[in-house]
Design a protein around this ligand. Structure first.
Ligand code: AMP
Ligand code: ZN
Ligand code: FE
Ligand code: FE
Length: 283
């Protein structure tokens, strides 16, 4: 049997992707995937729609991508197959989402006051679930301030620390790992070396996360060059972590394609084996 095509990181309109969850499942099958994880930011809001639209032969791994912090550095933690009803973790996701609304409003109102044509009203209309900077960026494109969503992430707009940027609440990354594990889930550090998004953490943070129950590192990711991948593979081997690869698909908000990076079969099997919160579902 040929190796399955496994993509463990995608976003839908439940956060800042541009494809509704059920449609994303069809796109995933059309892209030749056998397994796809839906990992919208700080939410499980797309899971039911994705399940309802699951095409025959495609396996769905339900997950999320959590907004985390380590010593002032923003980082992302992928969480798979946790129990969405487990109260401690559910409460943290709700807090993170609530904070995102306040900070998006701050950014939008500043842009509005600056006469850009962006309005908070429009940003809210563009966000169907968890609101994020890509929705503000879309409003900036519509207003003719920038030519693409990517351009809005410049310092003069809403890039991290930029003129119109506002911070959002984040959960300490070691606590986040414990919350995921406590809800029966499997924690994987998302794009640990994506340096073009901002500062990245030292390997010592990965060690602390591993002690708290981190299971894997996302190594094959569009924002990692070959040197970063090689280094992360060494770190994973030293700490007994598995490695994953994934597209981090965001529809038309980014240029990556579904399945652009893939996860080895053994790592996927380790995710399924460790999880006690939910099971994978095959259409
Ligand atoms: P937020 O979580 O609201 O702070 O927004 C961060 C999200 O914006 C990330 O998850 C990416 O999807 C997106 N993003 C970050 N940097 C860029 C960029 N340079 N171009 C396009 N999208 C980006
Ligand atoms: Zn995103
Ligand atoms: Fe991310
Ligand atoms: Fe992501």
């Amino acid at each position: 049997m040929p190796a399955r095509r496994i993509d463990l990181h995608t976003h839908s309109t439940a956060s800042d992707g541009t494809t509704p969850p059920a449609e994303l499942m069809r796109e995933a099958r059309d892209a030749g995937l056998d397994v796809v994880a839906l990992t919208d930011h700080d939410t499980t809001g797309g899971h039911d729609e994705a399940l309802a639209g699951l095409p025959a032969g495609l396996t769905l791994v339900r997950g999320t991508e959590l907004s985390c912090d380590s010593g002032g550095i923003s980082l992302h933690l992928l969480a798979y197959l946790f129990d969405p009803a487990e109260p401690a973790f559910a409460a943290v996701r709700a807090e993170l989402r609530a904070s995102r609304v306040g900070r998006a409003e701050t950014m939008a109102r500043r842009l509005e006051a600056a006469g850009t044509g962006v309005t908070w009203q429009r940003v809210q209309e563009l966000a169907g679930g968890t609101v994020g900077r890509p929705h503000v960026a879309q409003a900036l494109v519509e207003a003719g301030c920038v030519a693409s969503v990517g351009e809005a992430f410049a310092p003069e707009w809403i890039g991290t620390g930029g003129r119109f940027w506002a911070p959002k609440a984040e959960v300490g990354v070691v606590d986040a790992v414990r919350l995921v594990v406590g809800a029966g889930g499997v924690a994987v550090f998302a794009h640990p070396s994506a340096s073009k998004r901002g500062r990245t953490v030292d390997d010592s943070v990965i060690e602390e996360m591993a002690e708290a129950g981190l299971a894997g590192l996302e190594v094959d990711h569009v924002d990692h060059d070959e040197a970063a991948r090689a280094h992360l593979r060494d770190v994973a081997a030293a700490l007994g972590l598995f490695t994953t690869g994934s597209s981090d698909y965001h529809g038309t908000n980014k240029t990556v394609r579904l399945g652009e990076n893939l996860t080895p079969e053994a790592s996927y099997e380790a995710v399924v084996e460790r999880a006690t919160g939910l099971e994978v579902v095959t259409g």
